[in-house]
Design a protein around this ligand. Structure first.
Ligand code: HEM
Ligand code: HEM
Length: 214
């Protein structure tokens, strides 16, 4: 009984926070996706540089890779929410419609699968330690698929993204929930930093190994 009473207010405030995040409807959802995508683009550009010189930049590669996990989860959560609302026949999301056919049938599933592949095999590399064998092969293979899907994704959305991000800037943004969207992205980055700092020591065996002869 006591547990029920204490858990009720907590559940209610979690529900209130969720409702606030969802205010702004489809427009708010789209803006959150674009803002998160912009942050991803910046971090992924740094990750791309580390790939060009993976040995000397391996600690940065692992750090940024781990930092990226929560923002990637946020992008997938925002777009996953749109997906679920659309198939649950939510009036507003049905009115907005799905993404264009090529994106929803080919690019998005490929991008989601390859993203999960790159990050899962990256974390697995830290767990199994230097060498990597098949897992390193899968990490590289999923990266190649990811790069193709990601390239198309960015080309498709790059023109729309700046206006969506700018729309939340300033007071007259017209769509509720801007502060919560900024908060969600900031929280994802803080959690990413905590994960990166906490898990970076797991890369030590890789760093020692990559410093020596193969
Ligand atoms: C790992 C990186 C990323 C993943 C996994 C990802 C995933 C997705 C998915 C699954 C969708 C919904 C399907 C679709 O519309 O095609 C989507 C939509 C979108 N993404 Fe990304 N994305 C990523 C990076 C980016 C970047 C870098 C940008 C910014 C250029 C971006 C901007 C957008 C925009 C504007 C939409 C459309 C939102 C809407 O119409 O409601 N994304 N993303
Ligand atoms: C959880 C995050 C990640 C971790 C822990 C991680 C870890 C690693 C490790 C340990 C290696 C092997 C380096 C070596 O052979 O010395 C590697 C290689 C590589 N990673 Fe990651 N990675 C992560 C995320 C990513 C992401 C997000 C991308 C790209 C989107 C990526 C692309 C690559 C590529 C292409 C290589 C091969 C580079 C080469 O051999 O020239 N990784 N990663």
């Amino acid at each position: 009984m006591a547990v029920e009473e204490t858990s009720r207010p907590a559940a209610r405030s979690a529900a209130v926070r969720t409702v606030r995040l969802l205010r702004g409807g489809t427009e708010g959802n789209e803006r959150l996706t674009a803002l998160t995508g912009t942050v991803l683009l910046g971090l992924l550009a740094v990750e791309g540089v580390t790939i060009l010189a993976i040995r000397p930049l391996l600690s940065l590669h692992v750090f940024i890779g781990l930092l990226l996990i929560p923002p990637v989860v946020l992008e997938l959560a925002a777009t996953g929410y749109r997906f679920v609302r659309y198939y649950a026949r939510d009036v507003e999301y049905v009115r907005k419609g799905p993404p264009v056919l090529l994106m929803r049938m080919l690019v998005a599933p490929g991008l989601v699968a390859a993203t999960l592949g790159v990050f899962a095999t990256g974390v697995a590399l830290l767990v199994v330690g230097p060498g990597g064998g098949v897992i390193l092969g899968l990490h590289k293979a999923s990266f190649v698929v990811w790069l193709v899907a990601f390239g198309i994704h960015v080309l498709a959305y790059a023109l729309r993204t700046p206006a969506l991000v700018a729309a939340d800037w300033g007071r007259a943004n017209g769509t509720a929930g801007a502060a919560v969207r900024y908060g969600a992205v900031a929280l994802a980055l803080v959690v990413g930093l905590i994960i990166a700092v906490a898990a970076l020591p797991a890369a030590h065996p890789w760093l020692q190994w990559s410093g020596g002869d193969r």
